[in-house]
Unconditional design. Structure first.
Length: 90
């Protein structure tokens, strides 16, 4: 998921497509990312963009040895529906 990037200065993961940016906002607590909100621009909704964003975020967290605490309902549902990421749940 090389198209998803962490922007630590804004505490968010970003996915840019077509001049729009989907984001997953987080707060860092040690080696845990508390993900509290995701937002996909209206023009990008219904295309699987949110899922791509969350999957990329989780892959980055895995590479860095971090855990994810899903405070956002969308991220929580994604993790529930994708057991391959269960090991990342804080």
């Amino acid at each position: 998921m090389t198209d998803v990037r962490d922007n630590p200065s804004l505490n968010r993961f970003e996915l840019d497509l077509g001049g729009e940016t989907a984001v997953a906002l987080y707060r860092r607590q040690g080696d845990t990312l508390l993900v509290h909100h995701t937002e996909t621009p209206v023009a990008m909704r219904g295309q699987g963009i949110g899922g791509r964003l969350v999957q990329g975020m989780l892959e980055i967290a895995r590479e860095r040895g971090e855990k994810v605490a899903p405070r956002c309902g969308f991220v929580r549902r994604f993790m529930d529906e994708h057991p391959e990421y269960a090991d990342l749940r804080a």
